[in-house]
Ligand binder design. Structure first.
Ligand SMILES: [Zn+2]
Length: 615
């Protein structure tokens, strides 16, 4: 069966895609274990969402109209989870529908009978409060303005199916339009062209006419205001932080220009940012045309904006060329980290980019250590069958992916590598590809790059970090270590003046390098000199709190509690709760979590529940 469909798809692929016709690649031939959809039998090509956001009941309800392509199948399957399906129509006729068995991770397949001639289906449904994991409903009291509640969706990896029925595989792309009704006075925005002003009736229209996978369809609504940063870049935020956000992100247009100079024109029209409440579980989410970002990167000095470069880079790697399955996640993230650091190097110089790379290297080594018992999770090509793909969201995809691309860059030279990457983005535009597709392409396009000599097999299908990884050596960090060593030995703080010029990366490195058994009185001296506990920079706060917990420096306790209750970004939460567990402060951790949990998104609570509640 599979082979036959594979063959059919190659033929279809040649006519459906506008890229090089001799290309044999199609991510749609890869098996996605995380979706019930059978795109090689019947596939969704376009969706029209007609939805109402009901904040009183905390549900989204309405209809989705799908334009489909049937390759001769008697049925089409959509992914659903935590949804109440009310009615299904095929070509405007009501039809009976059924479901597959429930899978605890994937949810269910919604099976709709179709004929050879069917071209349109419609599903009427509503979400179910407490079961639609993509949605975070934020009470008005938890917003800055306190006048309106707030909602945002998070689709990656397989959560879009919890807020609308869809073929929820990164290998399946569709265009979409939407009509969204929200309470009057609120602004709705999506990963599409967006309004900049509040409408009188609370109704908004959207369209995304480039095909995107379902995980990139996103919606947010709240009391939002817009400020342009250039003629194609702008920022949406709650009015209270709009100015601050606009200042922090004022280099975004320069970033877009730097990115275009590297890897070709920005293809999506506008590039806007949406600043979410602090409960957003990630740093950023690369929703097309509208990156969702955490307010925790607003540090007042633009020092954490490499995250914007990262989300922007996803406009090429991830959104234009997409991983075919979540096992190929490194194709999205490894390329994006590489691209992000090239943007930062172009804008702020090599020493700056070197610091980012060395911090990334530290993260990678730490992650490889943490995954010592499951070494297969350190392969670039993952095997997430029967697991939540969220488990693949580790630094391996990001940093091992980055260091693998550095190996190719260093072997063939930057100029050649840049040509290769440019061509790669062009040849695979609006397609989803697998790791194997990439490797064949690499072999064809850069024949001088030896797979054997460069240990490609070890990088992709092997554990840990191969010996030919590039060594990054940040001269700024060597200087920081010298100063730290003087302090640790004899409390030497004569470098205070120099630290005026330190970026937050130097500070991060300084604090990361503090030994875990550092004496409390030394932490006290550092705190009273540099005010870490009162820092506005959340990256610094998070690592400082972690060190303080392990060293039993209790003066941070109040600030730590406030931080854990306010911030829902999972990357910060995991090490802090872990530190409390490791230091026999589980009860205290549970108490804080009890209070904080209602403000976290399901992506974060799934992880922290497993750490604290399921013993
Ligand atoms: Zn990313």
């Amino acid at each position: 069966m599979q082979k036959l469909y594979f063959f059919i798809f190659i033929i279809l692929g040649l006519t459906m895609f506008s890229c090089k016709t001799e290309s044999p690649f199609s991510g749609l031939t890869a098996t996605d274990y995380h979706s019930f959809a059978e795109p090689n039998k019947a596939v969704v090509k376009h969706m029209d969402l007609n939805l109402e956001v009901n904040f009183d009941e905390k549900i989204i309800l309405g209809t989705v109209n799908y334009r489909i392509k049937n390759f001769g199948s008697p049925q089409i399957i959509l992914d659903v989870k935590g949804l109440n399906i009310k009615k299904v129509e095929v070509d405007k006729q009501k039809v009976p529908f059924s479901f597959t068995d429930i899978d605890p991770i994937k949810g269910q397949g919604l099976i709709i009978p179709i004929t050879d001639k069917s071209s349109q289906i419609l599903v009427e449904y509503s979400t179910i409060y407490g079961q639609s994991d993509a949605l975070l409903w934020i009470e008005k009291e938890q917003t800055l303005g306190k006048k309106y509640p707030f909602l945002f969706t998070q689709g990656q990896a397989i959560l879009s199916r919890t807020w609308f029925p869809c073929q929820d595989s990164p290998g399946i792309r569709a265009t979409y339009k939407a009509k969204i009704k929200v309470p009057k006075g609120m602004l709705a925005v999506m990963s599409a062209n967006n309004p900049t002003e509040v409408s009188a009736d609370g109704v908004y229209f959207f369209s995304m006419l480039k095909p995107v996978p379902a995980y990139l369809i996103a919606l947010s609504a709240g009391e939002l205001a817009f400020k342009p940063l250039s003629n194609r870049v702008g920022v949406y935020a709650e009015p209270e932080i709009l100015e601050e956000a606009a200042n922090e992100f004022s280099d975004t247009e320069l970033m877009v220009q730097a990115a275009e100079a590297l890897y070709g024109d920005y293809a999506w029209g506008r590039y806007d940012l949406l600043v979410l409440p602090p409960s957003f579980p990630f740093g950023g989410m690369e929703n097309p045309m509208l990156t969702f970002v955490t307010p925790t990167i607003i540090a007042g000095d633009k020092s954490l904006t490499s995250l914007i470069a990262h989300e922007l880079a996803h406009s090429w790697s991830g959104n234009t060329v997409t991983n075919a399955t979540w096992n190929d996640f490194w194709l999205n993230e490894g390329f994006t980290v590489y691209f992000e650091r090239r943007i930062m190097e172009k804008l702020y110089g090599k020493p700056y980019a070197d610091m980012l790379a060395e911090l990334g290297y530290q993260d990678l080594i730490k992650t490889i250590g943490e995954l010592a018992n499951t070494p297969k999770d350190t392969h670039l090509k993952l095997n997430l069958k029967d697991r939540d793909p969220d488990e693949g969201l580790t630094d391996i995809a990001y940093e091992k992916g980055y260091f693998f691309l550095r190996v190719i860059e260093s072997a063939v030279g930057r100029e050649k590598f840049d040509q290769f990457v440019n061509q790669y983005f062009e040849d695979f535009a609006y397609r989803s590809i697998s790791t194997e597709d990439f490797l064949i392409y690499l072999k064809n396009e850069l024949p001088e790059f030896s797979f054997e000599k460069n240990k490609v097999n070890e990088w992709v299908y092997g554990a840990g970090l191969p010996v030919n990884a590039i060594i990054v050596n940040s001269s700024n960090f060597r200087n920081v270590e010298k100063k730290l060593s003087g302090f640790l030995k004899h409390n030497d703080l004569s470098f205070i003046e120099e630290t005026q010029k330190w970026s937050s990366h130097e500070w991060l490195h300084f604090i990361r390098k503090l030994p875990f058994d550092i004496q409390v009185n030394q932490l006290e001296i550092l705190d009273s000199t540099f005010n870490f506990t009162a820092s506005r920079n959340n990256e610094i706060l998070a690592i400082w709190f972690e060190k303080a917990i392990y060293a039993d420096y209790r003066k941070v306790d109040k600030a730590l509690e406030t931080f854990l209750i306010k911030v829902g970004r999972r990357k910060f939460l995991i090490p802090l709760y872990q530190a409390l567990i490791d230091t026999d402060r589980v009860e205290e951790a549970k108490k804080i979590y009890k209070e904080a949990r209602k403000g976290y998104h399901a992506v974060s609570t799934a992880t922290i529940d497993a750490m604290l509640l399921e013993e």
